[in-house]
Structure formats: structure tokens, C-alpha cells
Design a protein around this ligand. Sequence first.
Ligand SMILES: [Zn+2]
Length: 264
Amino acid sequence: MTGSGGAAGGGCLVEVSSIGIRTDLAGVRRVAAETGLHIVQGTGFYLEGALPSSVAELPAGDLAAVMIAEIEEGIDDTGIRAGIIGEVGTMSLTDTEVKILRASARAQLATGAVISLHAHPNFRLGERIVGILTEEGVPVDRIIVGHMDENLVAFGPGLAHIDYHRKLASLGVWLQYDTFGAECYYDSTGLREPLDAERAYAVAAIASEGHLGQLLLGMDVWPDRRAGHAAPGRADRRGHQDHAGRQPAPGTSAVRFVTWPGPR
Ligand SMILES: [Zn+2]
């Protein structure tokens, strides 16, 4: 993956497999060494269901301390210092998710590191999430709202939720369209990923409305190792946790980085 990413002109990869989903930090270091790519490793806490149960019990200050230590001192004994807080998982904004957001804010203020959010598909709670972070004092230009493109369409045609994007853009945060290449639907939920053409239309619309400088693009990859469908050499969404996922057209991603061990 990283070989093709580098060949395409990429020099840096942001690896936001955070606590709960990261599994192979030695592998991250090895990839960086072998490819020459600069890899930014994330800290922070992923979706509640992927976290140790102890996280629900710990106070925000303790969670912040974990992140600050991983940024300033390093992650366990790997010698790797985290460079970004994320991805920070949110779905319906449970009490634990809110606590993690407040802890992430404290870690941001202590270190200056950017917060990158996994804002789960079909929740569209970005304004409340950003409100929690800014209430804690985080500057808006230190906040990345991820998976915007997964909060763009309904099952039918059209950009059903483009106004949600406009509202977030007006707040001044970074909007990240990071699942380019994923064109599929999920039988279990009735949701679908947008087509890349829809992603492009949304990016163009938000940019043309004065927010070009707030846009980030990416190619998140989350194949399910259990399915074993990921084809060598390219990102392949057929291996998504939802086994009913379909990919009608070949992916266009140039980057493949398999980190996902379980439910997304
Ligand atoms: Zn995510």
C-alpha cells in the first residue's frame, strides 16, 4: 500500500488506528523504515464498543493523561510518539463518548495536537461534537470532522445531507472526505456509501462556497480480516464488516493500509 502511495507522490500517511483498534505498532515503524514514508501515528480512544470496559469507569483526567503521555513520552515501549489525537470515536454521543471528547480536548490543549474525529455514518452530530470540544477551549482549526462523505447521502439519489456539511463548514472546522473509493451499500442497515462522483460534487460545492481551505481528502480502508476479501494491491471494500457490502466498480484508491481487526 505504502509503496504505491509513495509512488503516487505521497510522502506522509496519517495512521489513526487509535486505542481499541490499533494492533501492530511495530509494523507501523517497519513500514515507515522500509518505504521512507513519514507516518503520523494517532493516540486517543475509538468507539466505545472497541474499548476496554475500564475506559467507561476512568475519569476524563486519566484518559487525557494517557493521550498526553503517548504524545509526549511515547506509546508503551515502542519508542513511537503519537502526533495526532484520533481517530476519536463517536456514534450517538453516549456519556462515555462525551467524556472521551472532553478528555481529548484536554489532551489537545496540553499538547497542541490536532483532534481527528470518527463521526459515525448516519448520526450527523458534528455540531454538538464540535460544541463540546470548543466549550473545553479547543480552537476550531484544531478539529477535523472525519467521514463527512459517509454523512452525505441517503439511500436514494442526491446529496441528502449537504446542508449538514454547510453548517459544519460555517463553524470553521476541517471537513474530511476520507472514504474515496468506497462505493457500496449495506443490507443490514439500508445505508450506502456515496459514489465518488457524489463525493466530488460535495467537495466542489463546499469549496466554491468559500471553504476550500478547510477540506481534507483521504482513503480510509477498513477491510475485515475475517472475510479475507481484500485483494492485494488495492483497497477493496468488499471485505467490510458488513458482509453484504457491494462494490459495483473497481476501487480507485492508490493506498492500502490494513489495520482494522474487527467491527468498524
Ligand atoms: Zn473511522
